[in-house]
Design a protein around this ligand. Structure first.
Ligand code: ZN
Length: 474
């Protein structure tokens, strides 16, 4: 009897899967559509305007899980079949624009424009695309809406996507529609640096897949590389007046922060990336200054040249940390370190990031199911001592030649606090997260999103990562 029930359940499951696939074929072809638009504004004000759409290669995402149920990201793109109003696709994401809105420059009322992209399966008939943003209660409201007729030649560019650069698979585990596809691109690698790029891609990829929980899910990922060649070695370092003709246009000093590496030239990046299947982009930057960046569903960047041999592990830390932002929307759990943001997390508002809470309702903390039995919320830890060590570290000049020598004892003592036996491995609510020493809490005393160390992700971040893996592989 039991076996019959199991069989029936299996049949129902199969029917659901098949139906979802039929649904895909009914509304979409096998290709991808890329919609580029401009996002313009200042603090408290924004506008969107259409640029152009492109037909790209095969759709690399899931064909059965088209709707995003994770509720992550500042923005949400939704695609509706225009004739029937059926919601066909949705995906949460974040943007450079929203980060820029929290800078001093935006606070002066200056206006800026950023290029952005959304991608979804290529529709068979006219679709309506909307972009929504969260309000302060975290509820989404539509800000932009456009109609795309896939057969309108003035609307969709159908040139074949090609690139002059070789596309090389690094890790292949199955069809793209059933795997998470990561695409690694190099920036600032000149002709003679290509061997370094290949080694870097292999190195950082093996670092990622030896970090939990990625190590457990290696078989769920494909990894591709594009051997992008730049005219010159290195990338722009604006505060040092160093300017390079690097192919993807990545640069340090994003929003005035020396170590923040992002790419403002989205179209150039997307044109090159279009020749490989990808769900997520990682950009390796062939430069020496400590730095990187990661924005949810946009991309992650990492520096790949460390002058100080003893500090090479820092690049490994950065690569996986930044991927945590871009892959699972994880927030920075650290605080005390200088950033270019003002009120990144407004007081009294519960952030959407899965690993940061304002603890407005102690009984219903969002990672309630993972809290270690008997753990008090908030959870006490050696914060006062940790803060005094961090304050000392904060006074050091990051770019000074003796920075590492001076930093080491302070860092060592701070890391010791994070290894205190009565808090290690516990899930609770530890005060200090999201750039704020007070009022925001993280799930564990330490995590890849907290300390500058190669520690694994904590249980809450790991669960968030696994939910994303599932969305791309089922
Ligand atoms: Zn970060």
């Amino acid at each position: 009897m039991r076996q019959v029930i199991v069989l029936c359940t299996l049949q129902i499951l199969l029917a659901v899967v098949v139906r979802a696939d039929v649904q895909f074929d009914r509304y979409f072809t096998d290709a991808t559509i890329r919609v580029d638009y401009y996002h313009t504004g200042t603090k408290g004000e924004e506008r969107f305007s259409m640029d152009r759409s492109y037909r790209e290669g095969p759709w690399p995402g899931s064909r059965t899980r088209l709707l995003d149920t994770l509720n992550l990201g500042e923005f949400l793109v939704r695609v509706y079949d225009q004739a029937t109003n059926v919601l066909l696709y949705s995906r949460g994401f974040s943007s450079m624009f929203q980060e820029w809105q929290t800078t001093d420059e935006a606070a002066t009322g200056a206006y800026r424009t950023f290029e952005e992209t959304v991608r979804f399966p290529f529709p068979r008939r006219t679709v309506q695309v909307t972009i929504a943003r969260r309000d302060k209660r975290m509820v989404f409201h539509d800000l932009f809406s456009l109609t795309i007729n896939p057969d309108d030649p003035t609307m969709v560019n159908k040139e074949k996507t090609t690139t002059a650069f070789p596309v090389v698979p690094l890790m292949s585990n199955g069809p793209s529609t059933e795997k998470v596809d990561i695409l690694i691109l190099g920036d600032g690698y000149a002709k003679d640096d290509m061997e370094k790029f290949r080694k870097d891609a292999e190195h950082f990829n093996s670092v990622m897949f030896s970090t939990k929980p990625f190590s457990k899910h290696k078989k769920d990922f494909n990894v591709w590389t594009i051997e992008v060649q730049s005219d010159e070695s290195g990338i722009d370092v604006p505060d040092k007046n160093v300017w390079k003709r690097n192919a993807l246009g990545s640069q340090y000093n994003t929003f005035g922060s020396a170590r923040y590496v992002l790419i403002a030239d989205n179209r150039r990046l997307r044109d090159i990336a279009a020749s490989a299947p990808y769900d997520y982009l990682c950009i390796l930057v062939n430069d020496t200054r400590y730095g990187g960046g990661g924005i949810f569903n946009l991309y992650a960047t990492t520096y790949t040249k460390e002058q100080n041999e003893g500090q090479r592990w820092q690049m490994d830390y950065v690569y996986v940390h930044e991927f945590g932002h871009s892959f699972a929307g994880l927030g920075d759990e650290y605080y005390g370190s200088s950033t270019a943001y003002n009120d990144f997390y407004p007081v009294g508002i519960e952030p959407w990031e899965p690993n940061i809470t304002a603890l407005l309702d102690k009984k219903n903390v969002k990672w309630k199911d993972l809290v270690t039995t008997g753990t008090e919320l908030p959870t006490s830890w050696g914060k006062a001592t940790y803060d005094s060590l961090e304050a000392e570290r904060g006074k050091l000049d990051r770019l000074a030649p003796d920075y590492y020598t001076k930093r080491e004892p302070l860092q060592k003592a701070a890391l010791e606090i994070l290894k205190t036996p009565d808090v290690v491995g516990k899930v609770g609510a530890f005060e200090g997260a999201g750039y704020a020493a007070k009022g925001l809490y993280r799930p564990s005393v330490d995590c890849r999103m907290f300390s500058l160390s190669t520690v694994d992700f904590d249980p809450v971040c790991s669960a968030a990562i696994e939910r994303v893996v599932e969305m791309y592989t089922k």
